[in-house]
Design a protein around this ligand. Structure first.
Ligand SMILES: [Fe+2]
Length: 464
């Protein structure tokens, strides 16, 4: 496909069985594990699902590499320890609160900090060992990883850069990911992140025991939302030179372990399979929306979903709020006030979110847990009501907010509750909401809007 300027070559598609070779003829053509692989390479499989997972969900790839991954010294706990990564959410690591939480954007660190050291957990639920749950992290970094690769044995990362591009080398090849794009780094893949723009910040959702899928489209039909062809997969790229002292940093049960080897893990000359890292440009999303009345549920903007074992219930949905037209008539157009059995973590990549006039900033975040009330702030409500019935179609421009939504209730890490970025006055954005109630107000069809009264419509006898 067409290569954007400054970008590596990509393959396109979602869930395809891809093939790529950096040296012509390096990929075995007729079998996965020949006695002697072309070019003297080692064959190595990486399994993202159990061997016996049903075929439609099974994910694995075959990597043909100069030396196999196993060629390394033993793992040891990393020194110094990373104190702020969590994959077991219980009373000893985190706490639950129904309070609405909002964080201001964190500062970029002044001391040299790479992606690994700049990554820290905000909240999550479940356990990476039990293979059920998720963690929500953020990162703030200013330095490329050097002489090391990261490997997450706990789950899949969905990374949402908010500031600064990520130049990611993976075992399948290279990806450049800009703010406004996302990247999936599946469990077990080794990767190294360079920061070509220096100061960098973003969000990460990690899911345990599941992989992201495209949502079903239901009555929307065969097209819309994120199109499979817009997902981009790297092409094979390798380095052959020896790297004495190269370090593999493995996240395992939330802890970091290191192992030394004398070569780069990015020595895969050819590969094929459907278990791959990939990226997606959020501006390619085809949003759907109401065209007459009322505000649709945010699920209409689901980009990717990680299912639970309950139909229609997500372990974690990734939902965006992109630029779009608002056209609904006699409708309160911002998101409605609500309480949700699901829990909602939101971030803002750029612009202003439609439900918050101020206080929710790019790089910041909010968390509204299970059944915690939330909705537009006072300024947004009053401004919307003031426009009244005559509001014209409005195009929301220059904004990209997103939500990680889960049916598992998150527990919050202590450093996220005890940090200067936590907005202690968040609740005040709703305190000014005043009563507009008047028993003399009647809706346009003449029915009284008086709580506690019931009106029987005499013409409506056909429907009990
Ligand atoms: Fe919500």
């Amino acid at each position: 496909m067409q290569k954007p300027a400054g970008e590596p070559e990509y393959l396109s598609g979602f869930g395809n069985h891809f093939s790529s070779e950096a040296v012509k003829g390096a990929l075995p053509r007729d079998q996965n594990s020949p006695l002697g692989c072309p070019c003297g390479l080692y064959a190595e499989q990486i399994s993202g699902t159990s061997f016996t997972t049903p075929r439609k969900l099974n994910q694995r790839s075959w990597l043909y590499r100069i030396k196999p991954s196993v060629t390394h010294k033993p793992f040891h706990p990393r020194v110094p320890r990373h104190e702020r990564l969590v994959s077991e959410f219980n009373e000893s690591t985190s706490s639950a609160t129904p309070t609405q939480l909002r964080w201001k954007p964190v500062d970029i660190p002044e001391s040299p900090t790479d992606f690994i050291d700049g990554l820290y957990t905000i909240c999550g639920a479940g356990s990476s060992f039990i293979r059920h749950g998720y963690a929500i992290h953020m990162y703030a970094a200013n330095k490329s990883m050097s002489g090391c690769a990261f490997c997450n044995a706990d789950g899949d990362f969905l990374v949402v850069p908010q500031k600064g591009r990520l130049s990611i080398t993976t075992e399948c090849g290279k990806l450049v990911v800009s703010p406004g794009e996302i990247v999936i780094l599946p469990q077990g893949f080794r990767f190294s992140i360079d920061l070509p723009d220096g100061p960098s910040r973003g969000y990460v959702a990690e899911i345990f025991g599941e992989h992201f899928q495209l949502p079903d489209l239901g009555p929307i039909g065969a097209n819309g939302l994120a199109a499979a062809r817009d997902f981009l997969v790297p092409t094979a790229w390798f380095e052959e030179a020896s790297h004495p002292g190269y370090t593999i940093v493995q996240k395992f049960g939330g802890g970091l372990f290191t192992a030394k080897q004398d070569f780069s893990p990015f020595n895969v000359v050819a590969w094929h399979g459907n278990y791959v890292p990939f990226k997606y440009d959020l501006s390619k999303f085809c949003p759907f929306n109401t065209v007459l009345i009322d505000h649709g549920d945010p699920s209409i903007n689901t980009v990717l979903t990680a299912p639970s074992d309950k139909p229609g219930v997500a372990l974690l949905d990734f939902v965006i709020f992109p630029p779009r037209w608002l056209v609904a008539e006699h409708t309160f157009r911002p998101p409605y006030y609500h309480r949700n059995c699901m829990s909602e973590f939101m971030g803002l990549i750029y612009g202003i979110y439609e439900a918050k006039a101020d206080g929710f900033l790019p790089g910041g975040a909010s968390l509204h847990s299970c059944m915690t009330p939330h909705g537009p702030d006072t300024k947004t409500y009053e401004a919307t009501i003031a426009v009244g019935e005559n509001s014209e179609p409005v195009r929301l421009k220059g904004t990209m907010a997103f939500m990680f939504e889960s049916y598992l209730i998150p527990r919050v890490c202590p450093w996220a509750l005890d940090c200067p970025y936590l907005d202690a006055n968040y609740y005040q954005c709703w305190i000014g909401l005043r009563s507009h109630f008047s028993s003399n107000n009647r809706s346009e069809n003449g029915s009284p809007d008086v709580p506690g009264t019931t009106q029987v419509l005499s013409e409506d006898k056909g429907d009990a």
